[in-house]
Design a protein around this ligand. Structure first.
Ligand code: ADP
Ligand code: MG
Length: 332
């Protein structure tokens, strides 16, 4: 059974990027206004995510890491109206199966914090009192080490894994309003390098400036449009002007109601329309689709990156029209 759990856990925590994504989502769900991600050796040795959210209360110390344990969903009907990132209670249980997990946490009701460690089955194996401000720190060390072959491959491909992590963190940093997000990496004995940083401002524009710089921001055209009945899109796309595009499509961020998602047809559409101006480059884009909760389904893949839009076809047609209007020759 432990082996089966290990294999299934690999579907929630596919790689370094999904491990960090799940932890950051938990911090955001906990109402944090500050989330610090600290990596050692690109995350292969240690991933630590510290927040100032609500903390975990003592009655949840044991249940926290058990499969399907979640505090975020009470009835099945809630899935329709869900506003939190998590809802399946699989992330911490999976991380326990795939690494060494410890949690330091304190709620506002507790006078001191607790440091909790868990074994690979998710059982609480030690608990001690520690000083801690209100919030939670989850430390994940030696990710994938219980799966020797996966572990070796992970370490061999760590740079690529790290690249994916960076782009997922950028996705959250750009869309999170009022949350300070900082990610640092420490390699060897050298100091920490900051790789992603936002100030906790109230606007996506400010986040773009802190993550990518003001020069990038000036190349973006703001969008806020009704795409179709019940669907709005807001965000930014590169203008087709000189120096505004990118050689690769690595800066296209698509969201549904603030949740970063993979919608490859949107990327394809963006590249196609931009390509008629500049065939050598791809546009940057930060596009948040505001949809009714009943218009899509995120419960499709364990990592929740894939969404099913009930009217994707119609939406693409409408979006094409919107973007064609941005990319009209007369404007440039
Ligand atoms: P889910 O997010 O789907 O509920 P997880 O396995 O990611 O499942 O987390 C399990 C539970 O642990 C959450 O429902 C929440 O109650 C608690 N939890 C996890 N991380 C944090 C955090 N950073 N702050 C407060 N509570 C947390
Ligand atoms: Mg979660």
């Amino acid at each position: 059974r432990a082996a089966v759990h290990r294999i299934c856990s690999g579907q929630v925590v596919l790689d370094l990027a999904t491990a960090v994504k799940e932890l950051v989502e938990n911090s955001l769900d906990a109402g944090a206004t500050s989330v610090e991600i600290r990596l050692k050796e690109y995350g292969s040795v240690l991933i630590e995510v510290a927040d100032n959210g609500c903390g975990v209360s003592p009655e949840n110390y044991q249940g926290l890491t058990l499969k399907y344990h979640t505090s975020k969903i009470s009835e099945f009907a809630d899935l329709q109206t869900l506003s939190s990132f998590g809802f399946r209670g699989e992330a911490l249980s999976s991380l326990c199966a795939l690494s060494d997990v410890s949690v330091t946490t304190r709620t506002k009701e507790e006078p001191v914090g607790a440091r909790l460690t868990y074994d690979h089955s998710g059982a609480l194996i030690s608990q001690e009192r520690v000083a801690r401000a209100i919030g939670t720190t989850v430390a994940v060390s030696k990710l994938f080490s219980p799966l020797p072959v996966r572990y070796k491959e992970f370490n061999r491909n760590i740079r690529r894994e790290y690249g994916r992590l960076l782009s997922i963190l950028q996705a959250y940093a750009l869309i999170a309003k009022g949350v300070r997000i900082v990610c640092t990496n420490q390699v060897g004995k050298s100091g920490r390098t900051t790789i992603v940083q936002t100030q906790g401002s109230g606007s996506v524009k400010d986040n773009i400036i802190t993550v990518f710089g003001s020069k990038t921001a000036t190349c973006l055209e703001p969008l806020d449009l009704l795409v179709s009945d019940g669907c709005r899109v807001e965000g930014f796309v590169s203008r087709p002007g000189a120096g505004c595009g990118r050689a690769s499509g690595d800066r296209q961020f698509v969201y549904v109601n603030g949740r970063p998602v993979d919608l490859p047809k949107i990327n394809k559409l963006l590249n196609e329309l931009y390509g008629s101006f500049n065939s050598l480059q791809k546009p940057m884009a930060v596009l948040n689709f505001i949809l009714a909760p009943t218009a899509y389904d995120v419960n499709v893949t364990p990592d929740k990156r894939k969404v099913f839009l009930h009217t994707e076809g119609a939406l693409l047609v409408a979006l094409r029209e919107v973007l064609e209007n941005v990319y009209t020759p007369e404007k440039y």
